[in-house]
Design a protein around this ligand. Structure first.
Ligand SMILES: [Zn+2]
Ligand SMILES: [Zn+2]
Length: 375
């Protein structure tokens, strides 16, 4: 009996501990089709290039943030700490990160090997992740580095294409060199959000949609996530939401190569409309109780099961008794609108433009939410 009580107390304390540790952690519900929505950060740095922390800190941050996948992507060419930290083996950062994982909680977080091929224009900065051996990318020719990455089956993407030193007007553009890489199947994705350099690019989103590139959000973190993004206080690093069949590195890689992603930056969700819709419909639902006596004004609870705030513009025929057409639903919260349905209906359906989404250049996702009205 004593042991049982102790076990129960230990379990409860353990659960409380987990709840506290996961308060800031991102967690998304499954999609309507039953796919999992998993958070990935595929662009980070440590002292093995120009970052300010040891790789184990990246792993600990990722665990706190509830990431499912983390890539360490050191600059191959830019090595400002090399006098203090000689770096002959370019897989070392990944190895150190992996060792930190084994000392911690194991399989909840997948750490993958990567590198940032860092050259001037027209190449710019290109990341390769899911590498077997980053040393093979140390070549004179940048194109040869990208080919070597592809020979290893890497997922390759263009970084911060709107970075002002490369594009003074802040407008993302592809070079002819990039177009050749895409035509040859060597470049698979593009950052539309980067936490370190000029965060948000609807032009990059337009390029992604036009060229069939996977949409990515990354932190490109060099310092600490908490200091840069106020993580733990409601902030979060920009990241990529990967819509995968299962919770495994293989399924996530398949989804990345298929373009089944949404970039998440602040409260903004950016991506192909069909992908953004999957995430939004996983997050939002209506919960309805019956009409109050004699009334044709129906209380409709809009429920948000996700760790981001939604801003909706009502585009339905019906208007609301208690609020304007712009409705904000806080993260993991709900908001009740009182819908003037005209007559008592058996099913309520509300149309919204989701203002915190981008599905094209200056385009928002339109959705319809519905629920049966109990008698
Ligand atoms: Zn870069
Ligand atoms: Zn970088």
């Amino acid at each position: 009996m004593q042991t049982r009580i102790l076990t129960a107390i230990t379990l409860m304390l353990g659960m409380a501990g987990i709840a506290a540790a996961h308060e800031r952690a991102v967690e998304f519900p499954k999609t309507e089709e039953g796919k999992v929505i998993l958070a990935a950060d595929l662009h980070t740095h440590t002292v093995f290039s120009d970052g300010e922390v040891w790789p184990s800190i990246r792993v600990k941050e990722a665990r706190k943030d509830g990431l499912q996948m983390l890539a360490v992507t050191e600059h191959l060419e830019h090595q400002p700490h090399k006098e203090d930290i000689p770096h002959p083996d370019r897989n070392r950062s990944y190895e150190v990160a992996t060792e930190a994982l084994e000392a911690g909680d194991g399989r909840e977080l997948f750490v993958i090997n990567g590198a940032e091929v860092t050259r001037g224009q027209p190449h710019g900065h290109i990341n390769a992740v899911f590498l077997d051996d980053a040393n093979a990318l140390l070549t004179d020719s940048p194109r040869a580095a990208i080919e070597a990455a592809n020979e290893q089956g890497a997922f390759v993407f263009l970084n911060h294409p709107n970075w002002v030193p490369q594009q003074p007007d802040g407008i993302a553009r592809l070079s002819d060199y990039h177009r050749e890489l895409i035509a040859d199947g060597l470049l698979h994705g593009i950052e539309v959000a980067n936490g370190t350099l000029d965060g948000h690019s609807e032009h990059a989103l337009e390029i992604a949609l036009g060229e069939g590139l996977t949409v990515l959000g990354t932190s490109d973190i060099h310092g600490l996530v908490d200091w840069t993004h106020d993580a733990g206080n409601g902030g979060h690093r920009p990241m990529t939401l990967v819509i995968a069949e299962t919770r495994s590195p293989e399924a996530m890689k398949t989804a990345l190569l298929n373009g089944d992603t949404v970039a998440w930056n602040y409260d903004d969700l950016l991506g192909k409309a069909e992908n953004v819709e999957k995430v939004v419909k996983a997050c939002l639902s209506l919960s309805v109780s019956s009409y109050p006596d004699e009334s044709a004004v129906l209380p409709v609870d809009i429920v948000n099961n996700c760790p981001l705030n939604f801003t909706l513009q009502n585009t339905s025929r019906v208007t609301f008794q208690n609020t304007s057409d712009v409705v904000r639903i806080e993260r993991d919260d709900h908001f009740t609108v009182h819908a003037r349905t005209g007559e008592r209906v058996a099913e309520v359906s509300l149309d919204f433009s989701v203002l915190n989404t981008q599905t094209g250049f200056r385009e928002n996702l339109d959705i319809s939410l519905s629920a049966d009205v109990p008698r």
